[in-house]
Design a protein around this ligand. Structure first.
Ligand code: GTP
Length: 598
């Protein structure tokens, strides 16, 4: 099929506005694959996605659509993740398309990521097809959505398609709009072959599988490809398309979306956003949009059971193969032994990786307090980056500490304004400006320290606004702040895993909160345990863990030994999930609980 009859498009939306449901419908309509097979074979590949109801990885798929104009079109669709942590993946998918279906939940209206994603799409010069989705909902407010479309996104309301992925309304109309409104593939005339890598996957047997959008030229097995960012050459072993399962084809031509299997065995060598060209006639100019992703949030991950160290190492290695945005290196902690320092795009990314280690690799892990990357200026002008509080140099040698900030766009109902302003202030943020979105909603543009939004900002925003608030952010600049290292001492010994870098003004309150929380979470011990928070050796808060003796077999009268053994085994099992700190046992999930509630 010629490039003239090919359309590459994606679906973008705020999280939960129905992208996955709608993509399934489009596939069904084009008889690509039944929804059931799709669920079983394709989306099921990541249990977590289903459980959390969010898309983590983008799934491309090629459909054949006989349009009303009598011509048959090849439609390449990318489903994109909506969560802010994965906006890098969204922009990669966008770069591989000429058009974007922008979904708006009819009951929710335009949200922060609707705006952010629409801006990304406009920035990439994509044709936007606005779709008001979920119109089957009784709470749908079409009038408001259409008005928001014009007022907030400056898209004419008459361009909107009314649809429901669930009820199957508007599906054909969307496909027709894709055919007629989205332009055919661009840059096909470029003299050499160029393909954009928008994702990659590691397969144990075939090595790295690069997901590509071919812009010009033809790629086929036997060709020697060249990766433009690092000059790596490798023979192409196989090319194919997604139906959505991988299906081998003879060649990928201009305008096609598909995959390439080569000799490359390490995902870090094929980076998302790179351009693949052919070694014999290499292109001289890369396709636009290549950006190195940098992890923003770091934490230490340690096996609860030290004998699981190798297993954890293998698990991280495997996860890294499929996720170039995730990095790790070995580190050790006095309290936790040998483990790894890991870097993530954001907190959700961190939670997902941790969850996958536990579930898919069956390793029980402890994570330390997450940290952003600080810049420390030392006397004499040397600047070092610190992503682990325990590596903070002696305060006497430091001129200043700078922390990363974000520029956040926060959409909220008018009546939540007061509470949200208080929250922003509590988090050391400043409101740059406010914009009225419509009669009931405003958008605050704020500058906040990244560190302050790591743990609970989004949850608090949702709870204050009863779920109607949303946020999107981009990284801002580094700013100087009065930051100090706070340590937690258990029975006088600092537990390095709980060390954190905090703002001096907040240290005391935070220290008190942490001590109280730990005292609550750590089960009563055989002896009294003191928990203290300290800055530079000066204690700023303290609490105690209760003392108690518990004989689990006390309730067993007589000599039923098997019953007794069972209870003791059960107790032992419980103990296994504890981490020993000197003589104090701390449940392995204490760290996470402390984090969550802090
Ligand atoms: P992310 O991938 O996490 O961004 O979510 P998504 O945008 O792919 O949303 P998804 O398709 O998973 O749908 C989110 C929720 O909305 C699910 O509970 C769906 O059942 C529901 N939903 C999706 N489309 C419709 C619709 O047209 N009508 C109604 N009533 N519910 C829908």
């Amino acid at each position: 099929m010629s490039a003239e009859n090919t359309r590459n498009f994606c679906i973008i939306a705020h999280v939960d506005h129905g992208k996955t449901t709608l993509s399934d419908r489009l596939l069904e309509h084009t008889n690509q694959v039944s929804a059931r097979v799709l669920t079983d074979q394709h989306l099921d590949s990541m249990d977590l996605e289903k459980e959390r109801g969010i898309t983590i990885k983008s799934h491309p798929v090629t459909m054949t659509y006989p349009a009303k104009d009598g011509k048959v079109y090849k439609l390449n669709l990318m489903d994109t993740p909506g969560h802010v942590d994965f906006s890098y993946e969204v922009s990669r998918s966008l770069a591989a398309c000429e058009g974007a279906v922008l979904l708006i939940d009819a009951a929710q209206g335009v949200e922060a990521q609707t705006v952010a994603n629409a801006h990304l799409a406009v920035g990439q010069r994509l044709k936007i097809i606005p779709v008001i989705n979920k119109i089957d909902l009784p709470s749908a407010n079409l009038e408001l959505c259409l008005k928001q479309l014009e007022d907030i996104l400056t898209i004419p309301a008459e361009e909107a398609i009314l649809a429901s992925g669930k009820a199957g309304i508007g599906i054909e109309e969307i496909l027709e709009a894709v055919v007629h409104r989205v332009p055919p593939p661009r840059w096909t005339d470029y003299p050499q072959a160029r393909a954009l890598v928008f994702d990659s996957l590691y397969d144990a047997y075939r090595g790295v599988i690069a997901y590509v959008r071919v812009f010009s030229g033809t790629l086929k097995s036997g060709d020697m490809m060249l990766l433009m960012s690092n000059g790596l050459r490798s023979e192409i072993k196989e090319v194919g398309i997604f139906t959505p399962k991988m299906e081998k084809v003879d060649a990928l031509g201009a305008g096609d979306t598909g995959y390439i299997v080569s000799n490359v065995k390490d995902t870090s060598e094929i980076k998302t956003g790179d351009t693949i060209t052919l070694s014999r006639h290499p292109a001289t100019q890369m396709l636009p949009g290549y950006k190195e992703v940098r992890p923003m949030v770091f934490c230490g991950l340690y096996p609860v059971d030290t004998s699981d160290y190798e297993k954890l190492k293998a698990a991280l290695g495997r996860l890294r193969l499929n996720d170039a945005a995730f990095v790790y290196s070995s580190e050790s902690s006095v309290a936790l032994g040998f483990g790894f320092r890991c870097g993530f795009l954001g907190l959700l990314h961190m939670e997902i990786i941790q969850e996958r280690i536990r579930r898919e690799h069956d390793v029980d892990i402890i994570s330390t307090y997450p940290s952003v990357v600080y810049r420390v200026v030392k006397h004499g002008g040397e600047v070092i980056e610190v992503d682990n509080p325990i590596n903070l140099p002696d305060p006497g040698t430091i001129t200043e500490i700078q922390e990363p900030t974000i520029k956040a766009a926060i959409h909220i109902p008018n009546d939540a304004m007061g509470d949200i302003l208080a929250l922003v202030m509590e988090k050391r943020g400043v409101v740059d400006h406010t914009d009225t979105l419509d009669a009931t909603r405003v958008m605050l543009t704020c500058i906040l320290p990244l560190n302050e939004i790591l743990v609970d900002f989004n949850d608090r925003l949702k709870s204050i606004t009863h779920g109607y608030g949303s946020m999107d952010y981009e990284l801002g600049e580094y700013r100087t702040a009065d930051l100090v290292k706070m340590e937690i001492l258990i029975n006088g010994d600092p537990v390095d895993a709980f060390a954190s870098i905090v703002h001096r003004d907040k240290a005391e309150g935070k220290g008190r909160e942490l001590c109280e929380k730990l005292a609550e979470i750590i089960p009563p011990q055989m002896f009294k345990v003191a928990i203290q928070a300290a800055i530079g050796g000066k204690v700023i808060a303290r609490d105690n863990v209760k003392e108690m003796r518990k004989d689990v077999t006390a309730k067993c009268y007589g000599g039923d030994i098997s019953r007794k053994r069972k209870l003791l085994d059960k107790q032992k099992e419980g103990k296994k999930k504890m981490k020993q700190f000197g003589r104090v046992s701390i449940p392995s999930d204490a760290f996470i609980k402390v984090l969550k509630t802090n």
